[in-house]
Design a protein around this ligand. Structure first.
Ligand code: DC
Length: 225
């Protein structure tokens, strides 16, 4: 008997609400939630710690050979590890965000993470969020959603999150970093951020969490029933 899993791909730019909404959806559907941005962030952090800047003037494949990234679920919550260290918090700084964007443009890095991501989808019913899940990682996902919101609203959400953590970045800095990152992510040669042809575009501008979750639930229901 075939034990086929269901995959829901949620792609979109930074701050569209992907992770918050995907987490809530996963809890309601009893699916695993995989935050693929955390994987790129961990590799970005590893390269930062090796002393590289965003230019990444190095042999990326060689440097990657001693980087070990792993996802573990602790009480149902995703934690990301670099070797034995839980870096789930350390990857959330503005510097780690920019480094994540830089390493994510490297084909060696994308290749390194591809099988790990596909493996989750083979094993579990999952909601995976990222930039290229519907286009590259899981092109046969049953549901593909491209989640977006206005630049200003996305930056304001990120700004508030950072503030709560005590980060002193200004709104203008967050908005400008975000636009730079969106530009990098959608203009890179490999697996750029763009909606899959069969993705449903969902805009969360002006919508709260519950309203956004309900909007996506109805898309998922329609696609999976
Ligand atoms: O979703 P996030 O902000 O945590 O992602 C961090 C960076 O990783 C983002 O700038 C782009 C990159 N990324 C990617 O290229 N592909 C993915 N599937 C997920 C993230």
């Amino acid at each position: 008997m075939l034990n086929k899993t269901v995959a829901i791909a949620i792609d979109g730019p930074a701050g569209a609400g992907k992770s918050t909404i995907a987490k809530a959806l996963a809890a309601r559907l009893d699916y695993i939630y995989v935050d693929t941005g955390a994987l790129y962030r961990s590799i970005g952090l590893a390269f930062m710690r090796k002393g590289f800047d965003r230019q990444l003037s190095c042999d990326v494949a060689k440097e990657l050979s001693d980087v070990k990234v792993d996802i573990r679920f602790i009480n149902g919550v995703q934690h990301v590890f670099l070797g034995d260290e839980d870096v789930s918090e350390a990857i959330r700084t503005p510097e780690a965000s920019m480094m994540a964007s830089a390493v994510s443009a490297k084909p060696e890095v994308r290749q390194y993470l591809l099988e790990m991501q596909r493996d989750f989808a083979r094993k579990y019913n999952c909601i995976m969020d990222g930039r290229d899940i519907g286009t590259v990682v899981l092109p046969t996902a049953q549901v593909k959603i491209f989640l977006t919101a206005s630049d200003e609203e996305r930056a304001m959400r990120r700004y508030k999150e950072l503030r709560e953590k005590g980060d002193t970045a200004t709104y203008e800095e967050v908005l400008s970093d975000m636009r730079q990152r969106d530009y990098n992510d959608s203009h890179r040669a490999i697996a750029p951020l763009k909606p899959a042809e069969d993705a449903i575009i969902a805009d969360t501008t002006g919508k709260g969490l519950e309203e956004s979750v309900l909007m996506l639930m109805s898309i998922i229901k329609e696609k999976t029933e």
